[in-house]
Design a protein around this ligand. Structure first.
Ligand code: GLN
Length: 210
């Protein structure tokens, strides 16, 4: 079972990706949900300060950190990247499990939202940035997976994957496949869905950002 942290932000878009790929998932909304037999966890984009506060208020921060450090495969997008970062420029670290320094709201207000194409683990994919961070520096155990305009926008460290962009807001499933198959060693547990059969309506990207 794949957990999707569903406290705030763009979790429904990740659910749609998992649906399309044929994976079952559970929304993680409180501490007891962490007891579900999780094979992997996705931390969505949203507002990292709000999500960090909710993780603390709900007493989930330490449990989640321990699970990630214990090897649970985790994929953080945008605010999720910030929550995983050991150092945060323009904010405070939360889970701090990944040896990267996130630079928050790094592109300035005007350039906060844009689309680009870039290489991810050797494949050219569309990338959607919304009030995005980038990775300012990374420790020796971190593998750089994508750079756009000389800035690191995707990286992995062992069981952890972080992207500054939102693959769940594009139709391209490369990053989710990479995480689920290559990093978590999982395969779909039911047939893939035909396009357009999502059971959720999509949130507008606007509510993601501060
Ligand atoms: N700017 C947001 C933050 O710092 C991240 C935006 C996003 O997740 N799209 O949390």
């Amino acid at each position: 079972m794949i957990g999707i942290l569903a406290l705030q932000g763009a979790f429904a878009e990740h659910e749609r990706c998992l649906d399309r790929l044929g994976y079952s998932f559970a929304e993680i909304r409180q501490k007891s949900h962490l007891d579900r037999d999780l094979d992997a966890l996705i931390i969505p984009g949203g507002e990292s300060t709000v999500m960090g506060k909710l993780l603390r208020d709900l007493d989930m921060e330490k449990a989640l950190r321990d699970m990630i450090l214990g090897g649970l495969p985790v994929f953080g997008t945008c605010a999720g990247l910030i929550l995983l970062s050991k150092k945060v420029e323009g904010g405070a670290p939360a889970l701090g499990t990944m040896d990267i320094r996130a630079v928050r709201n790094a592109y300035g207000r005007q350039l906060g939202s844009f689309s680009a194409r870039g290489s991810f683990a050797g494949k050219d994919i569309p990338m959607r940035f919304i009030r995005a961070p980038y990775i300012g520096s990374a420790g020796p155990e971190v593998e750089i997976l994508s750079e756009v305009d000389g800035r690191i926008v995707a990286a992995s460290q062992g069981n952890q994957l972080a992207t500054a962009f939102h693959p769940e807001l594009t139709e391209d499933l490369t990053v989710h496949r990479h995480f689920l198959e290559k990093m978590a060693g999982l395969s779909p547990d039911r047939p893939q869905r035909i396009e357009g059969q999502s059971h959720r309506t999509s949130m507008t990207a606007g509510i993601l950002c501060s």
